[in-house]
Design a protein around this ligand. Structure first.
Ligand SMILES: [Fe+2]
Ligand SMILES: [Fe+2]
Length: 178
């Protein structure tokens, strides 16, 4: 498997989650309410899976290795766009968390903010994935030898191995108030 393999497999699961969010958005529109626990779970998926685990491998390993290469100005520009889009995803998720807290505390107007930001994610994220799958991953593969690509793949597995421990250590430390 090439290094981009796990990233593309992760894209498929993110797409499936986005389509679940889209279905829930339809339900919110007809019922004018949302289950805040669903929003918590969607946020957990986005933060831990899509951002920490998936973007983590892209930014901390793939992009780090690409930074050691001389990229064409076009590839460099796309990489910068991808990083900005990750930041935008984080900001949007933060807005969802804030709106969900307001909603839980009885502010029904927060529903508009929850839906608007969830909708933003479902619209922007598939384009981000497409840019990576169809444009950036194929063009960035050219900078690496097969050995370098396999070394990144090995580092991806090691990165993933640590994730479950990181998630639950953070959870326990959160309860301990650290
Ligand atoms: Fe990305
Ligand atoms: Fe990605």
């Amino acid at each position: 498997m090439q290094a981009r393999g796990p990233l593309m497999i992760e894209h498929r699961l993110i797409e499936r989650m986005l389509s679940i969010i889209k279905n829930v958005l339809g339900k919110i529109e007809s019922e004018h309410e949302v289950d805040p626990v669903f929003v918590d779970i969607a946020v957990d998926f986005i933060r831990i899976y899509a951002d920490r685990t998936h973007h983590g491998k892209e930014e901390d390993i793939l992009f780090r290795e690409l930074n050691k290469k001389t990229l064409t100005s076009e590839d460099r520009q796309i990489m910068e766009e991808l990083i900005e889009e990750h930041v935008f995803g984080r900001q949007t998720t933060k807005s969802i968390v804030e709106a969900n807290t307001r909603y839980r505390n009885g502010d029904k107007t927060a529903l508009t903010d929850i839906t608007a930001n969830l909708k933003t994610l479902t619209e922007f994220y598939p384009r981000h994935i497409e840019k990576e799958d169809k444009v950036f991953f194929p063009s960035s593969r050219i900078y690496f030898t097969d050995e370098e690509d396999q070394a990144m793949l090995a580092e991806f597995w090691e990165f993933d191995r640590k994730m479950i421990h990181e998630k639950y250590k953070t959870l326990v430390e959160g309860f301990e108030g650290r």
